[in-house]
Design a protein around this ligand. Structure first.
Ligand code: SF4
Length: 282
């Protein structure tokens, strides 16, 4: 099968080439992660940097990043790795080596492994294989993702994931489709399933002129507050939301940073419906 099942794009990948994310390839007629274990970053970060504010606060987590992403956000803060096809990154690590490192750093306050920096689920096989080992060792797995992933892939990794930070970049189908080359419905469905399975925090980066209206923030927090847990209870108001300030980057380097007052006023508005709202980059 040469059609990739990871996201809505369903890239039909020719032998030896890569899909749109730059991270998945076709080898011997099978779609695999070309970036499996290819390291672009490895650091012991405070958990708050993911950002996670209500999951084991004060702890540290070994954070692994590779390359590739299935979205095309023109404001990407990590475009050097997200848009790379990996030629410049030659270092590799196996799931066993990463789990071993996580264990070794326990005495430095490490609680497990975070899969972050690029979109980790374009290499869901590496996340799954490592997370199984990390969990077996009694440590935690944290995923930082754009949530643009099919239900079958999500179901495959959910049993091993303890916490996630998921980006929700807009409440507009058009913005997702035309500006980010993504799929809002796939992202919302991913979040709806994730909150039933593990600790979830959400992040919205506020980009001037893209998603900074009060109307859009109202729509976002109404939807979040309606999320339900595994028993069907409406627990969405307990899902933490991070509202983050945009700085000019990549293809949007000509825009001004988001006004700090705008971030604070949107956060106030969000607090009308949500219990835990945090501001970032202010
Ligand atoms: S994960 Fe990559 S290769 Fe697979 S469908 Fe999405 S963009 Fe295409």
């Amino acid at each position: 099968m040469t059609v990739c099942k990871v996201c809505f794009r369903h890239c039909d990948i020719k032998e030896g080439l890569t899909g749109a994310c730059g991270a998945r390839t076709c080898k011997d007629g099978k779609v695999i992660a070309a970036n499996y274990g290819r390291v672009t970053a490895l650091a012991l970060d405070p958990i708050e940097k993911k950002p996670l504010s209500r999951f084991m606060p004060g702890s540290k987590i070994l954070s692994y990043g590779s390359y590739g992403c299935n979205l095309f956000c023109p404001f990407c803060q990590n475009y050097d790795i997200s848009r790379s096809k990996g030629e410049e990154f030659v270092e590799t690590i196996t799931p066993e080596e990463l789990a071993y490192l996580a264990d070794k750093y326990k005495d430095k306050g490490n609680i497990g492994v975070a899969y972050t920096y690029n979109e980790p689920l374009v290499s869901y096989e590496f996340v799954r294989d490592t997370a199984k080992l990390v969990k077996k060792m009694g440590m935690k797995n944290v995923l930082v993702t754009n949530g643009t992933v099919s239900p079958e892939i999500e179901e495959e990794i959910l049993p091993y994931i303890d916490a996630m930070n998921i980006d929700i970049k807009s409440m507009s189908d058009e913005t997702y489709r035309d500006f980010l080359k993504g799929d809002l419905e796939m992202t919302k469905a991913f979040i709806e399933r994730a909150v039933k399975s593990c600790h979830v925090e959400l992040t919205m980066l506020i980009v001037p002129g893209m998603n900074d209206s009060e109307e859009e923030m109202r729509e976002l927090v109404s939807w979040i507050s309606g999320l339900t847990d595994a028993e069907g209870n409406k627990t969405g108001c307990k899902v933490p939301l991070h509202i983050s300030r945009f700085f000019p980057r990549y293809k949007l380097s000509d825009r001004k940073p988001t006004d700090v007052d705008k971030i604070y006023s949107l956060a106030e508005l969000a607090r009308e419906q949500l219990d835990f709202v945090y501001t970032g980059n202010c």
